[in-house]
Design a binder for this molecule. Structure first.
Ligand code: NAI
Length: 245
């Protein structure tokens, strides 16, 4: 297939923060490949919205925790979009919260597999494309939980702290190839993931210096900024209303 525009792959792009990132990148003229699991209608909605910007967009059902599935999906994306993959946003993530003394092995494994190994899998299968293209931009979504820790989220905060190390090592390893790799660490962002947290909870608000939860668009701003910079790499940018300063 002929080379198209520059393409951005956004994992977890069917809804929430990933959807907002996909829409912003579509508005900037990137073709959009969304990787997701779960609700087909949400993914179809995001794809339709992206296409309104006049770009090509498609959604791929793929469990990022699977080495083989991500390999096949990246290969399918290059077949469908051409090999001008310019950006990868590793945003897919899950929570399975619980206290450490009660946490099941399954809840530990699934969160590490999706949140941390998922980002590894996607970078592993796109790195050669970026190297061949002599450039690329990677942004991984971490969390303030990974920077500060959070009681009841040992699995999640370990996965998100892991993202920080993964980001910095990738940044160092691929810098000479013109590839940047950065992370965004959001605080409390209003999405389906946080639907059980409400701002009526004044305890929560007290922990946020700016006094409100963030919006997906606040995170998308940071992702777009990092994708636009040729000279920032290995950075972890907090988008948290000041929680982790
Ligand atoms: P969400 O639950 O609304 O969306 C998650 C997305 O990830 C969906 O598109 C889903 O299809 C995808 N996904 C889940 N498991 C997957 C898998 N195994 N393979 C492929 N895709 C998968 O979540 P939200 O709130 O938009 O979060 C996005 C990212 O931001 C996550 O990494 C999350 O940990 C992180 N984050 C979110 C915060 C928040 O307050 N909402 C705060 C800090 C970080």
């Amino acid at each position: 297939m002929a080379e198209g525009n520059r393409t951005a792959i956004v994992t977890g792009g069917s809804r929430g923060i990933g959807r907002e990132v996909a829409l912003r990148l579509a508005a900037l003229g990137y073709d959009i490949a969304i990787v997701y699991v779960g609700d087909e209608n949400e993914a179809a909605e995001t794809v339709a919205e992206c296409r309104k910007a006049g770009v090509k967009a498609a959604a791929y059902v793929c469990n990022v925790a699977s080495f083989e599935e991500t390999k096949e999906t990246v290969s399918q994306i290059t077949e469908d979009f051409g090999s001008n993959i310019a950006a990868l946003v590793n945003n897919a993530g899950i929570t399975r919260d619980g206290l450490i003394a009660m946490m099941s092995e399954e809840n530990w494994d699934s969160v590490i597999s999706v949140n941390l190994k998922g980002a590894f899998n996607m970078i592993r299968h796109t790195a050669r494309i970026f190297i061949r293209n002599k450039g690329g931009r990677i942004v991984n979504i971490s969390s303030v939980s990974g920077l500060m820790g959070n009681a009841g989220q040992i699995n999640y905060s370990a996965s998100k702290a892991g993202i920080v190390g993964l980001t910095k090592s990738t940044a160092r390893e691929l810098a000479a190839k013109g590839v940047t790799c950065n992370a965004v660490a959001p605080g409390f962002i209003r999405t389906d993931m946080t639907k059980n947290i409400t701002e009526d909870n004044s305890e929560l608000l007290r922990t946020i210096p700016l006094g409100r939860m963030g919006e997906a668009s606040d995170v998308a701003d940071a992702v777009v900024f990092l994708l636009s910079s040729p000279y920032i790499t290995g950075e972890v940018l907090r988008v948290d209303g000041g929680i982790a300063m």
